[in-house]
Design a protein. Structure first.
Lengths: 276, 258
């Protein structure tokens, strides 16, 4: 055995790697192993969106914290507590409702990055995402993205930061094949919509950048002011995967983003060829 | 900047000025080009989707609003001129997030957007909205209301709609460039020569565009405006004007030769 002291700096951790307990090979991973019996308990998910309506029946009272990105007089963005517990559009509540539908005991943190003085600015989104990563959550649902090339390096840095902190970013793919961040980054789980009405039905797409497909067509969703409507969009596919990720993370705490991605790929509904 | 390069730049000024003039006249002759392009896009959208209505809202500042500029379809007319806050409703969400969205069963929800919908005289059952995106982000929203005979929009619909939205965004970008020639010149020049200082850029731009904006009453603009008016008249009137202009031009040429 090599003496640990002789190892170059970046190699040191591998000396203890054999102590890590990891999942068995992927073919033995099934849905029962992945999330059977899980409720999302112990997992915190950030919903970076338009806010989450605290009292909406489909949120099941799981909102534990609400913050909002604000613009200061000199044009900077800060993150402040948002005790109002409201959703400006209904969209964040829709995501929350889909997630609690899958993982009823997950804790929700709402990070509002849209609002009267924000106009959906990419920088507000980045500031909100940074706050969620710093706060420490297990999963973040990003049913929005930025097209801004100038924000590319900022989102790249944030996506890496989340990845190395074991925070899974689940991002809605853009409907238009055009650059959008962070949904195009390899470290995030990027999701597009399929039309089969089953919240547990999802597919792995072997042709990235969009890696997973989940229900996103004619989805009955929670909406503003305690209502429900039926909606279509990748924004509603992403929370289905975020809900499943919450379940997996609650049953297997400490899994890394790449392990969770592998578990999702192993349990996806894609047709399987017989093992050879 | 060296003297040589300076003189090169100034030598090109007359060519630049000629182009600017031509573009200004083109803009003048078709002042509603953006409107017409956008109208053709909503017309096509309504036809293709067999929808009750389609409209395009453009983001405008001071105050920040999404203003419905064009609409088409049996139920579309009421939307024109209507404006909503960019933080409200489906259009606001799509504009703010750049994410496409479709909703159905809209009318069954009494609180949904009813105020704005009622202003148009039409409350839809279903709605699909996609952002108009350019390099800097959203500039507006393209909406379609109620496909006849179908309760909801499909993913394929969303994809098609995104293609139409791209055309609309391109049309807006193109006509805005035409409308703002000085800033176009500025950016073109600074790309050609990164060493130009702001002051140098400004002097070139103002030399090239001098007299274009402030000489509203110059004979040239009166001619351009008159030609623009003629373009909406009948063939006989246009033929008459063309003959008069040709005769005047020929006369002027002869006078110059003498």
């Amino acid at each position: 055995m090599v003496d640990e002291e002789d190892l170059p700096a970046w190699s040191e951790p591998f000396a203890t790697a054999r102590q890590l307990v990891r999942a068995a090979n992927l073919s033995s991973v099934d849905r029962d192993w992945a999330w059977g019996g899980a409720t999302g308990k112990g997992v915190t998910i950030a919903i970076i969106d338009s806010g989450v309506e605290r009292d909406h029946p489909r949120v099941h009272g799981r909102l534990v914290e609400s913050v909002a990105v604000q613009t200061t007089a000199d044009g900077h963005h800060t993150v402040e507590p948002d005790p109002s517990g409201i959703d400006l559009f209904g969209h964040g509540t829709a995501c929350a409702g889909i997630i609690t539908g899958l993982a009823p005991e997950v804790d929700i943190v709402s990070v509002r990055v849209l609002g009267a003085d924000l106009k959906g600015k990419g920088t507000a989104f980045a500031v909100g995402l940074e706050w969620a990563i710093e706060r420490g959550v297990t999963v973040a649902n990003l049913s929005l993205s930025s097209k801004s090339e100038t924000l590319f390096p900022i989102f790249h840095e944030l996506a890496d930061d989340a990845y190395f902190k074991n925070i899974v970013l689940v991002s809605a793919a853009n409907n238009v094949p055009a650059p959008s961040y962070p949904s195009l980054f390899a470290s995030v789980i990027s999701v597009a919509a399929h039309s089969e009405p089953d919240p547990f039905r999802f597919y792995y797409n072997p042709s990235p950048p969009v890696e997973f497909g989940a229900w996103g067509v004619d989805v009955p969703i929670a909406w503003k002011d305690g209502t429900e409507i039926v909606a279509t969009g990748n924004s509603f596919a992403a929370p289905h995967i975020a809900g499943l990720v919450s379940l997996i993370a609650s049953k297997h705490p400490g899994l890394t983003p790449f392990e969770i991605k592998a578990v999702l790929a192993a349990t996806a509904d894609n047709p399987r060829s017989q093992p050879t | 900047m060296s003297d040589d390069r300076s003189s090169d730049l100034h030598a090109n000024l007359s060519a630049l000025r000629a182009s600017v003039l031509r573009a200004s006249i083109a803009g003048r002759l078709h002042p509603d080009m953006e409107q017409r392009l956008l109208q053709s896009i909503v017309d096509a959208t309504v036809r293709l989707f067999d929808a009750e209505a389609s409209s395009i809202a453009i983001f405008e500042t001071d105050p920040d609003r999404l203003v419905f500029r064009v609409a088409a379809g049996a139920q579309g007319a009421g939307a024109i001129g209507l404006s909503v806050a960019p933080t409200q409703g489906i259009a606001g969400y799509v504009y703010s997030t750049g994410q496409a969205l479709a909703l159905s069963d809209v009318g069954s929800d009494p609180r949904f957007n009813r105020k704005a919908a009622e202003k148009t005289g039409y409350v839809p059952r279903s709605i699909a909205a996609v952002p108009l995106l350019d390099e800097s982000g959203s500039v507006g929203v393209l909406q379609v209301l109620d496909k006849r005979g179908e309760a909801a929009f499909t993913l394929r619909d969303m994809e098609l709609l995104a293609v139409f939205a791209k055309q609309a965004a391109t049309a807006i970008a193109a006509t805005r460039v035409q409308r703002d020639l000085p800033s176009l010149l500025r950016s073109a020049l600074s790309q050609l020569d990164g060493d130009l200082t702001d002051a140098q850029l400004e002097s070139i731009v103002s030399a090239a565009t001098a007299g274009l904006d402030d000489a509203e009453e110059s004979p040239l603009w009166r001619v351009a405006d008159a030609v623009a008016q003629v373009s909406t008249m009948g063939e006989n009137e246009q033929e008459l004007v063309a003959q008069i202009l040709t005769a005047v031009a020929a006369h002027a040429k002869q006078r110059r030769r003498r």
